[in-house]
Design a protein. Sequence first.
Lengths: 114, 110
Amino acid sequence: DTAVSQTPKYLVTQMGNDKSIKCEQNLGHDTMYWYKQDSKKFLKIMFSYNNKELIINETVPNRFSPKSPDKAHLNLHINSLELGDSAVYFCASRPQTGTNSPLHFGNGTRLTVT
Amino acid sequence: TQLLEQSPQFLSIQEGENLTVYCNSSSVFSSLQWYRQEPGEGPVLLVTVVTGGEVKKLKRLTFQFGDARKDSSLHITAAQPGDTGLYLCAGVRSNYQLIWGAGTKLIIKP
């Protein structure tokens, strides 16, 4: 099936640990994103990559480091996890960055930091 | 910071009732997108409105883009339990970045 898939679905870890979330899209899209959705359901953009190049880097702690090995993959590594990092993280893709085209989202990774 | 205010934040109504969700901004958007998100899933696009004054219908859902392209509304007629979900609007800026509303959590009771 064509889709945006991210793993894991759930991630429970302790403060101070380092964890990664992986994302892959087989839609042939050029642009990929990481969003954070907080407990109030607000979607906040974190990063955007276009053809493996970083184009948006919002005010995000440098403990968060995205990596795009190719245009179909955008992974998110988080160092020294904190309680406030608990949220649902969504990967998304879009055909091109300079269009009105919609985003296609993965089903999210629920991160719980204890 | 460019904001897109969405209201109401929460709405719980009986099956069969009508409702309207609003997204308002002081800024002009090149287009506006509406998404629905169900628990445990990512947002899924419902519709994109592009032209000022444009009205689009998706079965019982009617979407309207304001004449000045600063606001939009989603009207649901005869709501059904299957309409339950989180509705999100996203304004597309002239540089094609998306500005998200805070979402409307809609519950339709049978």
